[in-house]
Design a protein around this ligand. Structure first.
Ligand code: ATP
Length: 308
């Protein structure tokens, strides 16, 4: 089931928490919604799940609009909100029974569905415990189980791995990836490694606006118009090296590193400085020990896009 957001805007008083964003998510796609605190991720997710009405704009889940058919959408969406609200005094099985009834699953099907969720979410050893007694990771799994029990076509997960230990994080990510093969999944996070590990596509949002949209490779390429080289030059005076490098017409910026004889050289847009650096070293009798391209990290792109 596809999701379509058209010019979605949400205002809280004078503040535009989300400012005129549009995007689509296709069936079978896991979309990572990435952004710093307060970027507007939760607000967008709440609107898709019909918990919040847009100030402007339209949102469709499949052919249903959140304005005209919220009940139809709610039937087809599984949602794990940021705080993962659960009933601590209920056992896992009782809670899943309760949710299954709320979701209108037929009586004859409920037991099978609960067993299936317990299996998929790895809750076998915990199913008769009270939710309040579970570790954070298992509570998160119960959150996922309740979101999946009615076999929704769309899954919305607000920071699904926050506060989990590294082993639990890996397990939950695997689980999400498996689920994502058949369903449409949107998950929010401010952890880059998380969206990179789990998502097919990343949408970076900052101050309510989309600032980038693409696969992690595509986002990396955004910054790759500018070549960054790490070079090591021996047998040369540091100041002369920096001055000479800066004078090259392809060079934008030179950054002498703390490690002796190392420099980072950023080329101007769409140019390469490799040849000129080599020739400069030959001309001056400097010894070029190393020249390697520095791969732009996703972190750098994220910082670049969200720091203003
Ligand atoms: P985080 O990563 O911190 O959860 P987020 O990207 O999910 O952030 P939102 O929760 O969507 O961000 O919040 C976006 C902005 O809207 C914030 O500035 C927030 O303070 C504001 N906001 C959210 N809900 C309300 C509300 N009910 N009333 C007033 N302002 C709100």
């Amino acid at each position: 089931m596809d999701i379509k957001i058209e010019n979605f805007t949400k205002k809280y008083g004078p503040q535009k928490a989300v400012d005129n964003i549009s995007f689509k998510v296709k069936t079978g796609e896991v979309l990572g919604f990435l952004g710093p605190n307060g970027a507007g991720k939760t607000t967008t997710m709440k609107a898709i799940t019909c918990f919040l009405a847009p100030t402007f704009g339209k949102i469709y889940v499949g052919d249903y609009s959140i304005k005209d058919n919220p009940q139809e959408i709610k039937k087809r969406i599984g949602y794990v909100p940021e705080q993962n609200p659960l009933y601590p005094d209920m056992t896992v099985v009782d809670y899943l029974y309760f949710v299954a009834e709320l979701q209108d699953i037929s009586k004859s099907q409920i037991k099978t569905r609960i067993l299936e969720m317990v299996r998929i979410c790895g809750l076998e050893g915990e199913k008769h415990k009270k939710i309040g007694e579970l570790s954070k990771g298992y509570k998160q799994r119960v959150g996922l189980a309740q979101a999946l029990i009615h076999d929704p076509e769309v899954l919305i997960l607000d920071e699904p791995t926050s506060g989990l230990d590294p082993n639990q994080i890996v397990e939950i990510r695997e689980l999400i990836k498996n689920i994502g093969r058949e369903k449409t999944v949107i998950l929010s996070s401010h952890i880059l490694a998380e969206v990179e590990a789990t998502c097919d596509r990343i949408l970076i949002i900052n101050k309510g606006k989309i600032v980038a949209d693409g696969t992690s490779d595509e986002l990396r390429k955004l910054s790759q118009g500018k070549e960054l080289l790490k070079i090591c030059i021996e047998n040369a005076d540091k100041n002369s090296v920096v001055t000479s490098l800066q004078e090259l017409d392809t060079v934008d910026m030179v950054d002498p590193k703390e490690t002796e004889n190392y420099y980072e050289v950023q080329s101007k847009n769409e140019t390469s400085s490799k040849r000129q650096i080599f020739e400069l070293c030959v001309k001056n009798g400097w010894i070029l020990m190393e020249m390697t391209p520095v791969e732009t990290k996703l972190e750098d792109i994220f910082r670049e896009l969200t720091l203003n």
